[in-house]
Design a protein. Structure first.
Length: 253
């Protein structure tokens, strides 16, 4: 067995129909010799709606569990991740060719980096794509830089948490995803940035599907009181980690 990247996907019944497209994007990935990927799909719930969309591939694992949101589903999948790295892939999104190899090259080439992200394009219902203004330059993302930007720009980060590629031991040390009804991936991103340098690739690494059923399009996602509470605990966690001065890699001085 070669060295492994574990791709983690949370899915619920409405988004299950997009799994074949996500799978096709995984199959297009080319990795260096000696490396392989494994896809862990975790249903947020136990229904009969998802199974028929799961690819028949020995590299793909599928499990179900009590509903608790995508953060809970991903963290449950993390229990079965046995590779050096974990890549996030939402069920309704698609990787672009070369995305995994670029993430891997960044972290293999610099042991001081704990995580990587990449440029994103929205994938619109008509099949067209749209970019985001203000993407950063390609290169390292220093500790605290995401929190500073996020705090100054209405709780919007300059890099996208849906593109995260992270060292598995670091992800486990931070406890996986936050126990929030939404923004759990933003909470993880800010926590990672508080303890480790990251990397941003200016090449597009993800097509982020926009559709009527996605969680971020629901009215509940923008409820002002809930959003304020989510952002408050996300920020408090990131600042506490920075205050305690724990970091990756661990200093031996």
């Amino acid at each position: 067995m070669g060295r492994r990247i574990t791709v983690v996907t949370a899915v619920h019944a409405p988004s299950a129909r997009f799994l074949p497209a996500a799978y096709a994007s995984l199959c297009e990935q080319e990795l260096p010799q000696g490396w392989e990927w494994r896809w862990l799909i975790q249903e947020d719930g136990r229904t009969d709606e998802v199974t028929r969309h799961v690819p028949d591939d020995e590299r793909v694992g599928f499990r179900q569990g009590r509903p608790g949101g995508p953060g809970v589903a991903r963290t449950m999948a993390l229990a079965h991740a046995d590779g050096d790295y974990v890549k996030i892939l939402d069920a309704d999104d698609q990787l672009t060719p070369g995305a995994l190899a670029r993430d891997l090259a960044a972290l293999e080439g610099d042991p001081t980096l704990g995580w990587a992200t990449s440029r994103v394009l929205d994938l619109l219902p008509d099949g067209s794509t749209a970019g985001f203004p203000g993407d950063p330059e390609q290169g390292p993302v220093e500790r605290g830089a995401v929190l500073d930007y996020w705090s100054a720009h209405d709780f919007r980060a300059q890099v996208h948490p849906a593109t995260l590629f992270v060292r598995r031991d670091l992800l486990v040390a931070l406890g996986g995803w936050m126990a929030l009804p939404a923004s759990e991936d933003t909470g993880l991103l800010l926590a990672l940035n508080s303890v480790a340098r990251g990397w941003f690739s200016a090449e597009v690494g993800l097509l982020y599907r926009k559709w009527e059923g996605q969680a971020t399009s629901q009215t509940s996602h923008t409820d002002a009181a809930e959003r304020a509470a989510r952002m408050a605990v996300v920020e408090a966690r990131a600042r506490a980690l920075g205050h305690f001065q724990w970091g990756y890699p661990v200093s031996t001085d």
